[in-house]
Structures are given as structure tokens and as C-alpha cells.
Write a protein of this length. Structure first.
Length: 133
């Protein structure tokens, strides 16, 4: 793992939260996109070398909608940048971590992603991210 790639924050409204984070960070989001396969709309902010990803459910059955229903708005996941996602997935699986997907899948911000089940990482949803090139 190279660094923390971003923190994901579940929000009810991107419009409302974009305004709040623009005031907080002093910058506008550099990207917004929808990941239809995950039922999520995202917005990314950069401050220094750090990034924040805001996540809004695009349908009521999405993982983000369920998260907000259960826990409310707040930190959803921590993402780590990796050079070789497949080898990192194999390493973590061998260490006993539970992968939520067996193959990398396309995520937001031009990344290959894989999530680790929070039950295997002290209740924290962990995302592995590799640039798609």
C-alpha cells in the first residue's frame, strides 16, 4: 500500500454537501461522476495531496442508501492506493481478509477497485485503488 488515496463520505445530497465542502476546503470539486453499477453519484475534492470522495445514492437499493439508512451520513470508507491491485488482493486474502469482490472492478475517478469486508478490518470498509492507466 502506497498511501491513503481518499476518504469516502456518504451524503444524502451531493448539492448540499458540495457546497459545505467547498466552504470547508476552499476549493470546488474537481470531478463529479456516476458509477451506475454501484448505484452512486460521486464528487471529488482535492486538498494538497489528499482527496475526499462524497457519495450520494442514485437509487434506494444501493449500498450507499443502505449505509445512510443504517448509520446516517458520515465516513463510509478509507481507500488506499496500490500499484498492483490483483497481487495486493491475493496478499490480503492470504492474510485472512475477506474480499467483497474476487476481481477488481471499475470504480470512480478512473480506478480499478476492490473492497475488504469491514468485519475483517475492525469495522472499517477498506477500498484498494489502482489507476486504470
Amino acid at each position: 500500500m502506497e498511501k491513503i488515496e481518499h476518504l469516502g463520505i456518504a451524503v444524502k445530497s451531493l448539492a448540499t454537501s458540495n457546497s459545505l465542502f467547498e466552504k470547508l476546503l476552499g476549493v470546488a470539486p474537481y470531478k463529479e461522476e456516476e458509477v451506475a453499477s454501484e448505484g452512486v453519484k460521486t464528487s471529488f475534492f482535492r486538498t494538497g495531496e489528499s482527496k475526499i470522495e462524497l457519495l450520494e445514492a442514485s437509487n434506494p437499493d444501493s449500498p450507499i442508501a443502505r449505509f445512510i439508512d443504517k448509520k446516517g451520513e458520515g465516513i463510509h470508507h478509507i481507500a488506499f492506493a496500490v500499484n498492483d491491485i490483483k497481487s495486493e488482493m491475493a496478499r490480503l486474502k492470504a492474510e485472512g481478509f475477506v474480499l467483497l469482490n474476487e476481481e477488481p472492478k471499475m470504480g470512480a475517478d478512473n480506478k480499478w477497485v476492490c473492497f475488504l469486508h469491514p468485519k475483517s478490518s475492525n469495522g472499517v470498509l477498506v477500498e484498494l485503488c489502482q489507476d486504470r492507466g
